[in-house]
Design a protein around this ligand. Sequence first.
Ligand code: GMT
Length: 385
Amino acid sequence: MSSSAPLKIGITCYPTVGGSGILAAELGTELLARGHEVHFISYEKPFRLPADHPRVFFHPVTVNTYGLFKYPDYTLPLSVRMAEVARDHRLDILHVHYAVPHATAAILAREMLPPDHPVRIVTTLHGTDTTLLGRDPGYGPAIRHALERSDAITTVSEFLRRETINHLGVRCPIDVIHNFFEPGTPGRSRAEVRRELGVGDEALILHISNLRPVKRIDLLLEAAARIRPTDRFKLLIVAGEDFAPFQADVRRLGLEGRVIVRERINRVEDFLQAADLAMFSSETESFCLAILEAMCFGVPSVSTAVGGIPEVVADGTTGCLVPFGDPDALAAAAGRLVSDPALRQRLGAAGRTRAAELFSAARIVPRYVDLYRRVMDTPPSSGQV
Ligand code: GMT
């Protein structure tokens, strides 16, 4: 295949709010912009995919609800759809984001195709597919099997590559391709957004996440309650899920009036440009896309130094890292930034530069395209390692 011929790529991801789905949708959009053909195969259209893009193909997977099944099955209908789309559109690559169950479905789909159509499979591991499910005896062997039969494996950080080797015992090569983010244009001005949020000249601290247990919202709120001076900040939580379960903590900690919540927001740019700093209390993160999103808007983060976050944040230069599980340390670091606009400005500017140099689409997308071409030039995986 010529090194500039457009590729036909099928992308499967979780379409709901979450970093892996965001990355997959952004990658698809960037590949389209570079002239490749992209087909999304999932149970719903990824939420960050532009609704009106003329060349985005979306192939829904229908999940049955047979009375015999106690639990609906997604893996088999997904694999059948992948095989159909691969055959009908002569796909070169199936690129799956988050191994479970997407990588297994892709391997099955390849088995369903005729031998003269060896679609290549690229599996990108995003985080808990290795760190949580990879350790689960009910999933680990299936994940390892699918990885070893993939034509290429990527992880979004060096940390996740090491975890995958250590916990899954995967012996085939793994490419580290960090996440990227290309900021869209905000729909409203910073002043308008802050006015709508009821924020005056206080520092606006931003937290964006899907609120899963690993994000440790309990510690985030504990830290917020300890930030001094108390009247100099507001905390905006942009929540991918329902925040109601945490409202009792907000009241217990006396944070009413200081915590603002916005739920299920599709485009986060309005809030990123309105923020002064961001705060994250996660127990583990393979990357933390929200930190990168903030960096792109010159917003420094205070975060736990877990997983792949130290690959994203240059501690003391583009943000502040503190040990996990120490709300006092998180509060002290946030308090320093709340009280020091010049420091925020310095770290934010350095973060924006780092994001452009290391984590832009221009830097990262060609690495995926090179990987696709490399696997196209190599015989398909036989699964022997
Ligand atoms: O692995 C997960 O928990 C889900 C996944 C997601 O879809 O939100 O998050 C992971 O992938 C993101 C995108 O690569 C990373 O930014 C997150 O750090 C990572 N989450 C964890 O590792 C807990």
